[in-house]
Design a protein around this ligand. Structure first.
Ligand code: PEP
Ligand code: MN
Length: 372
């Protein structure tokens, strides 16, 4: 059950105290308070955990400080969609809006390698009107002897270059909570030239201690990747960990599943789940065609598989695309074989625009037929 307080009910007001006293007197109920900061106002939501079935919804609603009460199912209390649930969807970060209607492309390097490559990448993005990118500094590698990323040493110059080329949000995977502090310190040191979306990789989907720590900080939004070998339900529950700790600025990413049936792709492409995740949760949904496909194979029509699956995700309503590009894939230290090249960027964006237009037309069609 979620108790939403009237806007303007401050935490030192008598109405606020009355609600908390009332809830505190209920047996087997634990309130957890979330302050949701929007563009215009801060709203207080109180999540009740425990035996909420015994609570009378209208009694709670009659308290003077209460705006409304939503009964939620057990699953995905915060990130989920529930009946009569009109809580806002999405968030804004560093001037960029993320919700279930928006679409942003995060093209960039799988792993930061040289300054020259980072700069070439960022310049190409700016020339093509892009304000987001991906840049890996901490790389979780299968092989312990493989390049592990430059780590914190590259952060200051990567952030400065991002700012120079007008990048507002940079997706960066973290593998340990100490890296959140390293990122925050480097941003501070460089005067916040850009913003960072913390990425939780598929290998860490169920690293609950990491999720709790990342969920407790509110500075950075989180790009949360689906686990490659667990059920969707398990991945959504893991995303709920972030929200239950307080950070609900989450984008849920599909990146393919590990299965032998995934052949001929690196992973079995799961972008048919874009509308499913949008239905089950209020989170914007990202697709990662690079790690899903894992190669530059193309079909007889001449279109690369990475382009094909991107279009498939976008036509199904994806809100974000995380995709590997590299100015010189042969020299990339991580995932070169799946990277797109800078001269492919304009065509890639055009292809996305075609798929997006088709999605919008499909959506208009269903709206029209529902009205008619
Ligand atoms: C990545 O995006 O660089 C990455 C390692 O992805 P995943 O966690 O999906 O394998
Ligand atoms: Mn990669």
């Amino acid at each position: 059950m979620i108790v939403i307080l009237k806007s303007g009910v401050a935490s030192d007001s008598p109405e606020y105290r009355q609600v908390l006293d009332y809830l505190g007197n209920q047996a087997n109920i634990k309130p957890r308070i979330h302050h949701v900061t929007g563009t215009l106002q801060t709203v207080t939501e109180i999540y009740l955990i425990g035996d909420t079935a015994s609570l009378n919804k209208s009694d709670v609603e009659s308290l003077p400080g209460v705006e409304r009460v939503v009964r939620v199912s057990e699953e995905y209390r915060i990130i989920g969609r529930h009946r009569d649930d009109h809580r806002p969807v999405g968030f804004e970060y560093n001037g960029v809006r993320f919700d279930q209607d928006s679409l942003h492309v995060f093209a960039g390097l799988c792993a930061v390698d040289t300054r020259e490559h980072v700069e070439l990448m960022l310049r190409a993005l700016q020339e093509n009107g892009q304000v987001c990118t991906r840049m890996g500094a901490y790389k979780p590698r299968t092989n312990p002897y493989a390049f592990q990323g430059h780590g914190k040493s590259c952060l200051p110059w990567v952030f400065e270059l991002a700012g120079k080329y007008g990048i507002k949000v940079l997706a960066m995977e973290i593998t340990h909570d100490s890296q959140v502090d390293e990122i925050a310190a480097a941003l501070e040191q460089t005067g916040r030239p850009t913003g960072v979306m913390l990425q939780i990789g598929t290998r860490n989907t169920q690293n609950f201690e990491l999720l709790k720590i990342v969920g407790r900080q509110r500075e950075f939004p989180v790009l949360f990747k689906r686990g490659f070998g667990i059920t969707l339900e398990e991945s959504l529950n893991a995303a709920e960990y972030l929200a239950s700790e307080g950070n609900r600025n989450i984008v849920f990413a599909l990146r393919g599943m590990k299965t032998n049936m995934g052949d001929p792709h690196r992973n079995f492409v799961d972008f048919a789940h874009v509308p499913v995740v949008k239905r089950l949760t209020r989170l914007p949904v990202c697709i990662d065609p690079s790690h899903a496909v894992g190669s530059r194979e193309r079909s007889p029509d001449g279109i690369l598989d990475v382009f094909h699956v991107t279009a498939q995700g976008v036509i199904a309503g994806a809100n974000m695309i995380l995709v590997d590009f590299h100015p010189a894939p042969a020299k990339a230290l991580v995932d070169g074989p799946q990277a797109l090249t800078l001269d492919e960027l304009p065509r890639y964006l055009e292809d996305i625009a075609i798929a997006r237009e088709a999605y919008e037309k499909r959506r208009a069609l269903v709206t029209k037929s529902r009205k008619g």
